[in-house]
Design a protein around this ligand. Structure first.
Ligand code: SF4
Ligand code: SF4
Length: 384
């Protein structure tokens, strides 16, 4: 049987309208009975929004606060035991939740907050790659984890959605360690799938109303996609999101090629049934993606010698840099790839491309968008 993903059309952030859409979405999956099965009586439900870093309210970097409120309104009909939380890549989760407006919404509706600092150790026996895990206790012990990802581009993984959203369940600075330990995008993808085996998302509701294209996941451009995606399979939800932004074959993106290869979850269009809106009429063909193909990227990981001539790299725009050092701080490699060096009268990062693992943590967390995914000349030719 095909995996169902609900696709809904919705413009802008109006709390009543989104609530109505979400209820329509659940109706398409089986209505009240479906939600009652998803959230059994007395179940503890964890909402996991994307709070990548401390961002302003209405920023397309994070799950929108109005969207979050609409989700709570619907789920409140089924449980009073709602908690939300995340562990951002930089800054405290409390601050990130406050600034993005989620904390205020949660207080109004009596939703508890968890800062993801209480950890639990878990062993995963049938892992693809990673057996020993430390994750936020609440993400492991809640009865139902509902992921609330944002549709965005991502420097290293090309795309971030319902699969990658759970990376926030890894507490604090440990996220940087995973970047250092997983030396290529395919291993990083396997690590993400193992993590999703540990924390087990039961349902995903993706905020793709205003997505992010270009220099994501933090410094890209807002892009109105007017879409909400819902479904119990995180890989299927991401597959539909990828098709929406112009990937005819979602496995062009390495992490979803790994999903296909390992049979981890439904990802191929023929295995997924889109219900609600017609996917074809909502697809866009000019979404600014991170460029690359699975073949070239896959080969790159093993071809160390040519990697520096082909692989995308963190590229600095000198004028934008505010010399904050954050990129140097977050770089997971040892010794650091980045050295802050004086150039034209200010301290800016200088990169050693030979040792850079292309995790793009620096690009992801630069507060002013001074770093982007740069392309080499040879890379440009190959990726065309
Ligand atoms: S590139 Fe960005 S993160 Fe690095 S020092 Fe400049 S402003 Fe800070
Ligand atoms: S310089 Fe940037 S992309 Fe390279 S390893 Fe460090 S954080 Fe990752």
């Amino acid at each position: 049987m095909k995996e169902k993903v609900v696709l809904l059309k919705n413009q802008g952030y109006n709390v009543d309208r989104i609530e109505e859409k979400l209820r329509e979405g659940f109706d398409l999956l089986g209505g009240d009975a479906y939600v009652r099965q998803l959230i059994p009586t007395g179940a503890k439900v964890l909402l996991k929004p994307n709070l990548l870093s401390v961002e302003d309210m209405d920023s397309p970097v994070v799950t929108n606060h109005v969207f979050f409120e609409s989700v709570i309104r619907v789920l409140k009909d089924y449980t009073d035991q709602l908690t939300f939380g995340d562990s951002p890549g930089f800054g405290t989760s409390q601050r990130a939740a406050q600034k993005a407006g989620l904390m205020e919404v949660a207080k109004r509706y009596g939703v508890a907050f968890d800062d993801f600092t209480d950890k639990v150790t878990v062993q995963l026996h049938d892992s693809l790659l990673v057996k020993n895990w430390e994750v936020a206790r609440v993400s492991y012990e809640s009865d139902v984890l509902i992921s609330l990802p944002k549709l965005k581009t991502h420097g290293m993984m090309y795309f971030t959605g319902a699969v990658k959203n759970q990376f926030g369940c890894v507490p604090g600075t440990q996220k940087a360690l995973w970047h250092a330990r997983m030396n290529n995008s395919r291993n990083f993808a396997k690590m993400l799938l193992d993590l999703n085996q540990v924390v087990q998302t039961k349902f995903a509701i993706m905020d793709a109303i205003v997505a992010m294209e270009g220099n994501g996941p933090k410094s890209g451009t807002p892009r109105a996609m007017d879409a909400i995606l819902m479904g119990p399979s995180i890989t299927a939800v991401d597959s539909v999101a990828l098709q929406l932004i112009g990937y005819a074959d979602p496995t062009e993106v390495p992490q979803y090629d790994v999903v296909r290869e390992t049979g981890w979850g439904p990802v191929l269009p023929q295995d997924i049934q889109v219900v609600g809106e017609d996917l074809e009429t909502m697809k866009v063909d000019d979404f600014q993606k991170i460029r690359g193909t699975k073949e070239i990227f896959g080969n790159l990981d093993s071809l160390k010698l040519v990697k520096n001539f082909i692989a995308p790299y963190p590229k600095l725009t000198w004028e934008k840099c505010i010399s904050c050092n954050r990129c140097e701080e977050v770089c997971p490699e040892r010794p650091k790839v980045i050295t802050m060096t004086e150039k034209q009268g200010k301290m800016v990062p200088v990169f050693d491309r030979k040792t850079c693992i292309r995790c793009f943590c620096c690009q992801e967390l630069c507060p002013v968008g001074a770093l982007e995914v740069g392309e080499t000349l040879l890379g440009k030719l190959l990726y065309r």
